[in-house]
Design a protein around this ligand. Structure first.
Ligand SMILES: [Mg+2]
Length: 114
């Protein structure tokens, strides 16, 4: 199950079944999402900057998967609560970035703030 719409529906059901809707306001979900991003950062904070995928052992990969799932689920829930179609917005944003950073002139060059 990887479809955003299905995740959104399941998160909505999960919330409603537990009568947690009243806790899922914009501020609380934003802070929860931020906290989960912090948990991802905590897992990698002391890895050497040169660490690559090959340096991630099975245990760390499992923990990263768990925390990244938390991030995605809170993100999906937040988007639902504020009425944002996350898939459509992400698609639109990617198209904007493809235009903003054409391959010619940007290949292998880190984006700057121009
Ligand atoms: Mg977590």
């Amino acid at each position: 199950m990887n479809d955003l719409a299905e995740l959104t529906a399941r998160m909505r059901t999960f919330t409603e079944e537990r009568d947690w809707r009243r806790f899922h306001d914009l501020k609380s979900l934003t802070l929860a999402l931020t906290g989960e991003v912090g948990e991802v950062a905590e897992l990698v904070q002391w890895l050497p900057a040169s660490a690559a995928e090959g340096d991630i052992d099975a245990r760390l990969r499992e923990r990263l998967g768990d925390e990244l799932a938390d991030v995605l689920l809170y993100l999906v829930r937040l988007a639902d609560v504020v009425g944002v179609d996350l898939g459509a917005e992400a698609t639109k944003k990617l198209a904007t970035n493809e235009s903003r950073f054409p391959v010619d002139g940007h290949r292998g060059v880190a984006p700057d703030r121009r």
